[in-house]
Design a protein around this ligand. Structure first.
Ligand SMILES: NC(=O)c1ccc[n+]([C@@H]2O[C@H](COP(=O)([O-])OP(=O)(O)OC[C@H]3O[C@@H](n4cnc5c(N)ncnc54)[C@H](O)[C@@H]3O)[C@@H](O)[C@H]2O)c1
Ligand SMILES: O=C(O)CC[C@@H](O)C(=O)O
Length: 387
């Protein structure tokens, strides 16, 4: 029986996939695995029972990835599962940033008791005149699951689209419309674009990338959309840029006391992925990946360990070992089994950066002494016996 702790609301369509072999538990203390959305795990003690964390969503800046890897805890996310939801809200936000729909709606609500609302509307609507997005230049920074979708739709809306992503994956490059202009530098995006939308993960390198130096290079009145993470944008610098007119509008999915209510800010309460479809997609993907890992040791879409898939074990046992990516690990594992005359019928070893993962299907089964010997090898982080 596997114990699962849920740190945020996870759509039922995902939870319903858990079989009788799973039990939902309160708290992390005894959990084998955790399902999470935006809950911050950086300050939480991670118990030794915890083998995996599945993030139902894309961003993993709320999870201490290396601390998890050190403990042999696999962290999954659900790439692309909520991208369409975010794409649609970004397109809506391009319009919100160009047409004063919010100002107009708020104003008309304030005059609803006036006897001649229709006349008032015609007299006052000139205050809310906007511009069209057709023909304007859009810079998309980060061409992953969301950025590609946004860029492609913007082309269909007849925008001129510039894309910047020095690490673009082959899969994303294949999906990208040929009409998108590839930018070699952020400076080019800043210099050219009327709208800039950011779709990169929050990391030590991207944190604060929208600061006074970046704003100084942008066109006057540029409209910035941030559906990625709060601290990609320096709050004090965006406020100064809005006040000076350098930035015309700032649409953010990450409200905080500094920006909410400030002139030119459209603050949305982190609704990018809040659609039934995105929540369902994320929940299903997170649960399926978690179950395959717990039951078979297979890893798909982990952000700290490599992908590794050997299907279902047909031998007596599968031994799954998380270890450091250093020399001489495999020979020590195989020697431990050879010494006991145990046959390895199938094996896979993969690495990701400084972390590695090895699965070995064996016959006959192991015994506690062998498992202890492998556990004690310098560099081994966790060993699991899957029967
Ligand atoms: N508002 C929401 O509800 C919501 C929902 C989903 C994702 N997000 C955020 O959006 C981010 C992107 O999501 P995604 O699904 O597109 O992720 P993704 O991993 O598919 O794409 C991220 C892209 O950013 C690129 N990138 C990384 N560093 C870069 C840099 N310095 N400059 C330019 N490009 C860079 C990568 O190469 C990758 O192509 C997530 O990390 C998350 O923080 C927010
Ligand atoms: O869970 C959510 O609602 C938001 C998820 C989003 O920020 C993500 O990074 O996928």
């Amino acid at each position: 029986m596997f114990k699962i702790n849920r740190l945020n609301n996870i759509a039922h369509v995902g939870l319903d996939l858990l079989t009788d072999n799973y039990e939902m538990v309160e708290g992390l203390n005894t959990a084998d695995a955790a399902l999470v959305r935006s809950a911050n795990l950086h300050e939480i003690e991670l118990p030794n029972s915890l083998k995996a964390i599945a993030r139902a969503g894309a961003g993993v800046n709320n999870i201490p990835l290396d601390k998890c890897a050190e403990k042999g805890i696999v962290v999954f996310n659900t790439p692309g599962a909520n991208a369409n939801g975010v794409k649609e809200i970004v397109i809506a936000s391009l319009i919100l940033a160009s047409r004063d729909l919010l100002g107009g709606i708020n104003w008309v609500t304030s005059v609803k008791e006036e006897p001649e609302v229709a006349k008032l509307v015609e007299k006052n609507k000139a205050k809310f005149v906007g511009t069209e997005i057709k023909g304007k230049k859009l810079g998309v920074i980060g061409l992953g699951a969301i950025g590609v979708m946004v860029a492609n739709v913007a082309i269909k809306l007849e925008m001129e689209v510039y894309g910047y992503d020095p690490f673009i994956s082959v899969g994303s490059a294949w999906k990208l419309s040929k009409y998108i202009k590839p930018s070699k530098s952020l400076e080019e995006i800043y210099r050219e674009c009327d709208f800039i939308t950011v779709h990169v993960p929050l990391t030590d390198t991207t944190k604060g990338m929208f600061n006074q130096d970046a704003f100084a290079l942008m066109k006057d009145g540029v409209k910035l959309l941030n559906f990625s993470r709060d601290t990609l944008v320096n709050d004090d610098d965006i406020i100064a840029a809005l006040d000076s007119g350098k930035v015309g509008k700032y649409v953010t999915d990450f409200p905080n006391p500094k920006v909410v209510g400030h002139q030119g800010v459209i603050a949305i309460p982190h609704l990018g992925a809040s659609t039934n479809e995105s929540e369902d997609n994320c929940a299903v993907m997170a649960v399926v990946q978690l179950m395959d890992y717990l039951e078979n040791g297979n890893i798909k879409n982990s952000v700290n360990f490599p992908n590794c898939d050997m299907g279902v074990c047909t031998q007596a046992e599968r031994i799954a070992i998380h270890h450091r990516n250093v020399p001489n690990m495999l020979s020590q594992f195989t020697a431990a089994f050879a010494k006991e005359n145990i046959n390895i019928s199938d094996m896979m070893n993969r690495s990701k950066g400084q972390w590695a993962y090895t699965m070995l299907d064996i016959e006959p089964p192991s015994n506690p002494d062998i498992i202890k010997r492998i556990e004690d090898i310098d560099g081994v982080l966790r060993i699991r016996v899957i029967k």
